[in-house]
Ligand binder design. Structure first.
Ligand code: ZN
Length: 370
């Protein structure tokens, strides 16, 4: 058994947990089987057996025993020799928190850590997930249609059927309409509109949950005004993966360009579709390219950057990976962890939104001094 074998097992388990949740959404009365989950589980159990921890689990016991615990706890019965030989503490998966929390008897909701972990994996693993499916539908659209649709998705986490029809008409493009339709799903349960991000807060075993634990950690009391009445009127929300990967980082992107707009600095959103998120052009002609990222875990972002071979190459003076400023509140070394992966790209760094704005303002001032 090798560390690579375990990496694969964890990738399958993470994807399987998400696949299971998707299945239980589409067919709530049936047990949500996922082959890829079972495959990952069997790989992990086989590895445990080899590492001196022979235990048999069926799927429901495995879920109850492991899936709601931090990954490092999964190895508690393993031979110390094996753990050291594999150098597990240095493996990217080892530092992750629980992949899911339990909602009901057999229902487990994937955690943001689970999504983040999966995002660092190869594209053949990510294939078939909601955000991937949407991405493939969008990338073939013309630049201007692409931008309009992407902006709409960022700004509208919940829409009515009338909103959707109105947007179909405005787009008047069958491929774009199909992409739009695939981004949303009908809301089928009583819930609230999240006051943090505008998505849905649904009731779980231990209170309400949104797409990110950040919302629930910082949300004030839910009021009747936030309640969504889905019994009278059909409402649609972004699929969870779309909310996480398009809408959440998208808010950062819009924030950056709104800031530039106020300062009279030229900007373009999503130049060359997905190559960069925003391009800024200062009055002296200097160009900065920006890529917004919304990973709470800096190791995840670093792994993702390494997988992508750093910041995309191009004719820019500076490149920035920008993250929400609040991510560094509890992890002051967040950006320095990420920047360790960027030492060979001297003009690229990871900064918080707040720092980026400071640097933009400073650069703009020097343009005027000249
Ligand atoms: Zn939220």
């Amino acid at each position: 058994m090798t560390a690579v074998f375990l990496r694969k097992a964890f990738a399958f388990i993470a994807k399987g947990v998400i696949e299971k949740e998707q299945r239980s959404q589409s067919a709530p009365t049936r047990y949500p089987y996922s082959k890829i989950f079972q495959h990952g589980m069997n790989m992990f159990l086989a590895a445990s057996y080899q590492a001196g921890n022979a235990q048999y689990f069926d799927e429901s016991h495995f879920l109850a025993q492991f899936i709601t615990k931090p990954i490092s706890d999964w190895f508690s019965g393993w031979d110390q020799d094996v753990i050291e030989k594999l150098n597990l503490a240095e493996e990217p998966f080892y530092g992750y928190g629980a992949f899911a929390y339990r909602r009901d008897e057999n229902v487990y909701i994937p955690s943001s850590e689970c999504y983040e972990f999966l995002e660092t994996q190869d594209s053949d693993i990510v294939e078939g997930l909601d955000e991937r499916a949407l991405y493939e539908k969008m990338i073939v659209l013309d630049q201007d249609v692409y931008c309009r649709l992407r902006r709409y998705i960022i700004e509208h986490p919940i829409i009515s059927i009338e909103d959707m029809r109105e947007m179909f008409l405005k787009l008047s493009n069958p491929a774009a309409a199909e992409a739009l339709r695939s981004a949303y799903e009908e809301i089928k349960e009583e819930c609230y509109r999240c006051p943090r991000c505008g998505w849905t807060m649904t009731k779980g075993k231990y209170g309400y949950n949104c797409h990110s634990s950040h919302c629930t950690d910082t949300t004030p009391v839910l009021t009747d005004e936030m309640r969504l009445n889905v019994s009278d009127k059909k409402l649609y929300r972004l699929k969870k993966g779309v909310m996480r990967y398009f809408s959440a980082p998208g808010k950062l992107e819009l924030d950056i360009v709104n800031f530039c707009e106020k300062k009279n600095i030229q900007w373009v959103l999503w130049p060359y579709k997905d190559k960069y998120d925003a391009e800024i052009r200062f009055s002296d002609g200097e160009i900065w390219e920006i890529d917004a990222k919304a990973y709470r875990n800096p190791i995840t972002l670093r792994a993702k950057i390494q997988n992508d071979n750093g910041f995309p190459k191009g004719e820019y003076t500076r490149g920035y990976f920008v993250v929400p400023s609040e991510y560094t509140a509890n992890q002051q070394n967040y950006t320095s962890i990420v920047n360790r992966a960027l030492t060979n790209q001297k003009n690229v760094k990871c900064v918080t939104l707040k720092t980026l704005k400071t640097e933009i303002a400073r650069k703009e001032r020097t343009c005027h001094e000249k």
